[in-house]
Design a binder for this molecule. Structure first.
Ligand SMILES: [Zn+2]
Length: 228
């Protein structure tokens, strides 16, 4: 299989993470999650010895955004290593800003790097579409495993994770009022990036995110040109 870079956007609850994980499980993609990657960097005890990491960790811990040029560098370095190791890569919900996607005069953005590593024809940008009502409905019922983090289907009404038997928990992000804020944030932040991508000649494929995840996965595969 030729290597691909797949960027998946969508409002909260659209199933970005699930679609990325399906690519991981079925096609050995690396799912690069910027937030989790940063957390891991900061958790490493050696972070304390590095003054730059220490400064960024303080920002992260207080809920302030880390320095964009630093995040871009971290993400770019990791992406380069993933590509050089011969893996396809997928991002869910990022790049989050025009700067992260395209950089500026002194910083090279993620998209130009992906073009170099994977080739423009192997970059796929997908928007999973659901209505605000579906987003609120799905998020207010979102349950995950407290150990492995896998989502638990609300309809299944399970107390334990089917994968690791860990106890399930409701995600705290998911109060209806908070979801409304996240929906607005999503629209304000993501639509301009999508427009920026389209104006630079990228095709953004819109996929209906309403069907069951395996059905949406079929649509994703069609976009990627992967046949069963
Ligand atoms: Zn589990």
């Amino acid at each position: 299989m030729k290597q691909r870079a797949v960027i998946i956007y969508g409002p909260p609850g659209a199933g970005k993470g699930t679609q990325a994980e399906l690519l991981v499980r079925r096609f050995q993609f690396i799912h690069f999650d910027t937030g989790r990657y940063l957390e891991q960097l900061f958790r490493d005890p050696s972070a304390e010895a590095d003054p730059v990491l220490r400064k960024e960790k303080k920002l992260f811990d207080t809920g302030i955004l880390c320095t964009p040029s630093w995040v871009l560098k971290i993400v770019s370095d990791a992406t380069r290593r993933i590509a050089e190791a011969g893996f396809s890569v997928t991002y869910s919900g990022s790049p989050r800003t025009d700067f992260e996607a395209f950089g500026d005069d002194t910083n090279r953005g993620l998209l130009p790097l992906l073009e170099e590593m994977y080739g423009r024809d192997h970059i796929f940008i997908i928007m999973l579409e659901i209505t605000p009502e579906t987003s609120i409905e799905r998020n207010s019922h979102r349950v995950v495993c407290s150990v492995c983090g896998l989502p638990i289907l609300a309809e299944a009404k399970l107390q334990r994770c089917a994968f690791c038997s860990g106890p399930t928990r409701k995600r705290t992000l998911d109060d209806p009022e908070i979801i409304k804020v996240r929906l607005k944030e999503f629209a304000d932040r993501t639509y301009p990036i999508i427009e920026g991508m389209e104006s630079r000649g990228y095709t953004v494929k819109r996929i209906d995110g309403l069907p069951a995840p395996y059905k949406v996965h079929e649509s994703v595969m069609k976009v990627l040109g992967i046949s069963q």
